[in-house]
Design a protein around this ligand. Structure first.
Ligand code: ATP
Length: 952
């Protein structure tokens, strides 16, 4: 019964989380924004309400007085209504000024903009109103109801009932009104909404308005129960995000249910912590949102996204460093000059810039390269900082072993933080890492069991008797410590730049771009994610250790969850995809040189965070990929101009302009069009598939399919749309769950993960190509050779590019190529995995007949090297021309198999697959009349290529 009482006590907070989660769902559904500022909106409306009840109108912009009198308290209902109107207006303003201009921006850019809004509102409120809590009169009668041995506080009950009533009303609006219908249609597809005559823009605006009202209502309702203070309200967004995740950011009722449950479980956790000494004295309630999110997500997530279920996270171009030596030397020289040429506050700011840049570089690795949105990097830095304190104070571990060990602690924790990334991606992962940071802060950094109220001391670094510490008094800040920070920064920056040019870096970018196709070329997506979290956490740990040495005493306030949000927004703004951007993040950070400069020269003082939040928003609207994107474009332009200059002087050959044009169909297989020798023939393997069956829920896509692909042969798999051809390839390569056996040279491989099958010799291409548009052609192909020896890798790279005739496109970004060229890159990537069997999914899609026949010759050339090829294509003329054997699939079953001439003469195939053509023949007009130009051969392929037109 005590448990029931504790649970019911949590109804109040639960109701608020539920209302905020509703507001989150509304903005996400209508405009795809995860609005981290939802708690801040609630905060603003709650303050506006509290001031109204004191007869004052709140003004948060600088200049005029904080409030003006309105002649007394207008009363409960008018005050609530006026405050809610403010909430609605704030919602409308946020949409019109911030999120509408960003509607085409990457999802992460929109989330970062909401972080900017959060910082602006929270900092402005803190400056204008102070951080002292404000108490507000009760709204609901506060009495104790006794139900047997259980006590229920009536105000909590009324609050929860109000939120549930609000949810039911909103659910009814969205279910039964035209506005609700169009909102749901727009959530599915903006085009769909346009087609049905609704303006997604107006729908989004209305939803933002309602969201402002709902968030405001949450703020007003909780104000009497929880003293009004800027930071507490802002952080209500974490449990609210957890509730929204449970509802999939779509469904209102599960969202509200989860919000209420989180509040109740938190209350129970607090009561348990008070009763049991073995439970941590603080932090158990902050752990609840994390556990709720993890249970909800792990129950529904998948490790590799299913076909069509990919979350794309465009993050901007991650440029490949052109040279490491010059920037390293110049950067080091600038750093030394900055230290030597400054003193006092300025030198302290330079040192802070170095440290923040190190932590910023950790985000470059995990988010910029590997595409994993981590909001926990600052918490990981904190973990190292607090560990360093223990290592130096209690264990007397000397420098530099202590900071390295502390960074290793952060690495272990970082790998744990990264584990959810194995199943989650995009901003959902960001939400989980935020919940983790929130829990780590409460359980460890704020926990008085581990950290004394004045903070934990750190022993200054000493090496061979030399004092490397930052010093105190007049000596502060000592140049020696600045040099230590600079050495760490240069080493980390050099390492991160090297990583970008390494094969691991290419694999990270491949995972960032497209996990499915990364797995398809043999990249172990799980390992790449874990390694990127480990590397980034180690770097964050180094930064955290430096920060601990810089401060001398470690306290929680340097490593808060909110600070982690600011870190991501600064790093994103500075350019999270390059070393240049990471260093920029240090320069722009809260205690860096820009902060000191603005403080000294423009006397911004407390308003710096507000202005930096506004700057984040303004810059994002102009450059949704961050400020460094301008620098990257400039560097690309300079490089292109230099290359043009070198070409004009005849130093390098000019690239061919029409690579996909046929370059001689009768070329020898061992020589590429550019004269590059292709990979030597390898021993292919026999692929045997039997009893393959694939089901998607109730749909039987493939039923009991058996087929063989012998080394050195091209085997076709044809069939009408939806016959199950891609599903067969997905099942053979481990991308779709299937029954049946798949064996290579008699060894079963059906139990293996997709990337492991690639290592056994099974390579594939994707119908959607799934190239890494950010990477060059060479990098796309190189990514397929992770773990291969460099020299052999180089041989395979030139071989694969040469075989497909795209060697002269090697340095072009894949995103710039024509469709035909992209098809070739996709096949080259498959070839680069050194396959024994290559499965090609519609490689001729989008090619004209000439290109298609040229491609056919390339495919034959691949088979001539000993590789077995399974070719799925709608171009029947191509399939009949180059295949040794063909299987015909219809409704998931093999209906015919044989040599091209047998297939050509098969009545069953004609009926099932070419029926339309035969029917057309019977009706009169000659089939050749509509055949594409150039396909009419003496052997009658014209009729079949006509069939390909009918079915594709
Ligand atoms: N993820 C999925 N969930 C549910 N059904 C699916 C899924 N993927 C494919 N299907 C269904 O399975 C059947 C076979 O689809 P598949 O894409 O394998 O055929 P296909 O022959 O490759 O078609 P196409 O030539 O159009 O590419 C179709 O009915 C399709 O709608």
């Amino acid at each position: 019964m005590a448990h029931v009482g504790a649970l019911l006590l949590g109804l109040g907070n639960g109701g608020v989380y539920a209302a905020l989660a509703l507001a989150l769902v509304l903005t996400y559904r209508s405009s795809g924004v995860i609005n981290f500022a939802t708690g801040a909106v609630a905060l603003y409306v709650a303050y506006a309400y509290a001031f109204l009840r004191q007869g004052e109108l709140l003004i948060i912009i600088p200049g005029p007085p904080t409030s003006v009198g309105i002649g007394g308290d207008p009363g409960l209902v008018p005050a609530v209504l006026i405050a809610l109107v403010f909430g609605a207006l704030l919602g409308v303003l946020l949409y019109l000024l911030v999120f509408r201009p960003l509607r085409e921006a990457p999802p992460l850019a929109r989330a970062v903009a909401s972080l900017g809004v959060l910082v602006v509102i929270q900092s402005a409120m803190a400056i204008r109103l102070g951080t002292a809590p404000v108490s507000v009169d009760a709204i609901f009668p506060a009495s104790r109801w006794r139900l047997g041995s259980v006590t229920l506080l009536s105000d909590r009950f009324y609050l929860a009932v109000t939120v549930v009533a609000l949810t039911l009303a909103l659910t009814a609006v969205f279910r039964f009104t035209r506005f609700g219908l169009t909102t749901r249609a727009a959530a599915e597809s903006a085009t769909g909404a346009y087609v049905s005559g609704a303006s997604p823009d107006r729908i989004a605006l209305l939803n933002w308005m309602i969201s402002g009202v709902v968030a405001g209502a949450a703020g007003i309702l909780i104000a009497p129960l929880s003293p009004l203070a800027p930071t507490t309200y802002t952080l209500f967004v974490v449990p609210a995000l957890a509730a929204a995740v449970v509802g999939g950011f779509q469904h209102l009722v599960p969202t509200v249910g989860a919000g209420l449950a989180i509040g109740m479980l938190q209350s129970e956790a607090l009561s348990q912590a008070a009763q049991h000494s073995w439970l941590p004295s603080t932090g158990s309630s902050e752990l609840v949102p994390l556990l709720v999110i993890l249970v909800a997500l792990l129950a529904s997530g998948r490790s590799i996204p299913v076909r069509g279920g990919l979350v794309r996270q465009p993050l901007g171009h991650a440029p490949r460093p052109r040279s490491l030596t010059v920037p390293t030397l110049v950067g080091t020289a600038v750093g030394v000059l900055a230290l030597v040429g400054t003193h006092g506050t300025w030198r302290a700011a330079v040192i802070s810039t170095f440290i923040a840049a190190v932590i910023g570089l950790s985000l470059v690795v995990v988010t910029g390269y590997a595409g994993q949105v981590s909001l926990a990097q600052l918490a990981l830095a904190g973990a190292a900082a607090f560990s360093l304190s223990g290592l130096t104070q209690s264990w007397h571990v000397p420098f530099p072993i202590a900071p390295l060990l502390a960074a290793l602690v952060a690495t272990v924790l970082g790998v744990l933080v990264g584990l959810p990334a194995l199943r989650l991606r995009g901003l959902t992962l960001g939400v989980v890492t935020l919940a983790l940071a929130y829990a780590i802060e409460a359980l460890w950094f704020r926990n008085t069991d581990f950290v004394s109220s004045a903070g934990n001391k750190v022993r200054p670094p000493r090496l061979f008797g030399l004092d490397l510490g930052i010093g105190t008094g007049h000596a502060f800040p000592r140049i020696q410590f600045g040099l230590v920070c600079l050495v760490v920064l240069v080493a980390v920056a050099w390492g991160v730049a090297r990583l970008r040019t390494s094969r691991l870096g290419s694999a990270m970018l491949a995972v960032r771009a497209n996990e499915r196709s990364a797995a398809g070329i043999g990249i172990n997506v799980v390992r790449v994610k874990v390694v990127s979290f480990a590397l980034a956490s180690f770097i964050a740990g180094l930064g955290g250790s430096l920060l601990a040495y810089r401060r001398g005493v470690v306290t929680y306030d340097s490593f808060t969850a909110i600070g982690g949000l600011s870190l991501l927004s600064t790093a994103y703004l500075a350019g999270v995809t390059s070393v240049f951007g990471g260093v920029n993040a240090g320069i722009l950070a809260g205690s860096g040189i820009v902060f000191v400069a603005t403080d000294r020269w423009i006397h911004l003082g407390d308003w710096f965070p507000v202005l930096s939040g506004l700057a984040v928003i303004a810059v994002l609207i102009g450059h949704p990929e961050g400020v460094a994107s301008g620098g990257h474009e400039l560097a690309d332009k300079i490089a292109a101009r230099r290359a043009g200059w070198r070409r004009r002087r005849g130093l390098v050959p000019a690239p061919a302009t029409d690579v996909s044009a046929p370059v001689g169909l009768a070329e020898p297989a061992a020589e590429s069009p550019s004269g590059v020798a292709v990979a030597p023939p390898r021993s292919g393997k026999l692929l045997e598939v039997s009893g393959l069956t694939v089901r998607y829920g109730g749909v039987l896509a493939v039923s009991d399919v058996s087929l063989r692909v012998s080394p050195g042969t091209v085997v076709g798999l044809i069939g009408p749309n939806g016959a199950g051809k891609t599903s067969v390839i997905d099942a053979i390569t481990g991308f779709a769950r299937a029954a049946g056996t798949v064996a290579l040279d008699g060894t079963p491989i059906d139990g293996l993960a997709s990337h492991a099958r690639v290592h056994r010799g099974l390579a594939r291409t994707f119908q959607s190509l799934d190239l890494y548009d950010d990477l060059t052609v060479a990098e796309n192909v190189d990514a397929a050779m992770v773990g291969r020896h460099r020299d052999r890798g180089h041989e395979a790279l030139t071989g694969a590019l040469g075989l497909l005739g795209i060697a002269d496109r090697a340095e072009r970004p894949a995103g710039e190529l024509s469709h035909g060229e992209r098809q070739l890159v996709s096949i080259a990537r498959g070839c680069a995995t050194d396959p024994a069997v290559l499965l090609l999914d519609e490689p001729a899609a989008g090619l004209d007949t000439r290109e298609s026949r040229w491609l056919g010759a390339r495919i034959r050339a691949i088979a001539d090297t000993g590789v077995g090829v399974l070719l799925v294509d709608h171009d029947v003329a191509l399939v009949l021309e180059i295949c040794d054997y063909i299987y015909v699939l219809d409704f998931g079953q093999i209906i015919a198999a044989g040599t091209p001439s047998e297939i050509r003469g098969s009545r069953a195939v004609a009926d099932a697959y070419l029926g339309a053509v035969h029917a057309a023949d019977a009706a009169g007009p000659p089939a050749t009349a509509t055949a594409p130009a150039g396909t009419g051969d003496a052997d009658g392929t014209s009729q079949l290529s006509d069939a390909s037109v009918v079915t594709s």
